[in-house]
Design a protein around this ligand. Structure first.
Ligand code: ADP
Length: 163
């Protein structure tokens, strides 16, 4: 039984994330999307909102679970009995940080190895940050995030406009 964790902030989930989720879920028995509840960053969406959007967009994927976690990824991996961490690589700029994280996690828990999936060409420019920037200037984000997420981001933008 190969169980993997795909961790991230997913603030919000993009089509790039969903592409990695679909491809990773085809190569393992169970994929847990781990939504990081990190007190350090101030996210646009609460942890519950991020989890619920991920649940909605992964509904058709029977071996994908969505859970939130806080603290160290290796502790969450141990708790879930998962030995693989999945991360997406978009560009060389991702590489340095990702390599450092992968090596640190392996040092902290030698049973955990990180596997990288190269982003699809269609989504290599895409990040949650870019989506939020475009949305806050009322740009069209329908090609960046799954359908149900478009409206959720727009609601946040409207609420911010009203403030
Ligand atoms: P984090 O804050 O941990 O980087 P993100 O939610 O931004 O969390 O990203 C989670 C993972 O998804 C990371 O491995 C990131 O490299 C990957 N990722 C983000 N956007 C894309 C994309 N467009 N294509 C492929 N992978 C991506």
């Amino acid at each position: 039984m190969i169980r993997a964790i795909y961790p991230g902030s997913f603030d919000p989930v993009t089509l790039g994330h969903l592409d990695i989720i679909k491809r990773a879920s085809q190569t393992v028995d169970e994929l847990i999307v781990g939504v990081l509840n990190n007190g350090g960053k101030t996210p646009l969406f609460s942890i519950d909102e991020r989890v619920s959007m991920l649940l909605e967009v992964t509904e058709g994927l029977s071996n994908v679970k969505v859970l939130s976690f806080s603290g160290l990824l290796v502790d969450f991996a141990r708790q879930m009995e998962a030995n693989i961490v999945v991360r997406g690589l978009r560009a060389i700029s991702d590489f340095e940080y990702e390599l450092q994280m992968a090596q640190t996690n392996h040092k902290l828990n030698p049973q955990v190895d990180t596997m990288f999936l190269a982003t699809s060409l269609d989504y290599s420019y895409l990040s949650s940050t870019i989506v939020k920037e475009v949305a806050f200037f009322h740009g069209d984000i329908s090609e960046f995030v799954p359908g149900p997420v478009v409206a959720k981001v727009q609601e946040k933008v409207l609420a911010a406009d009203e403030e």
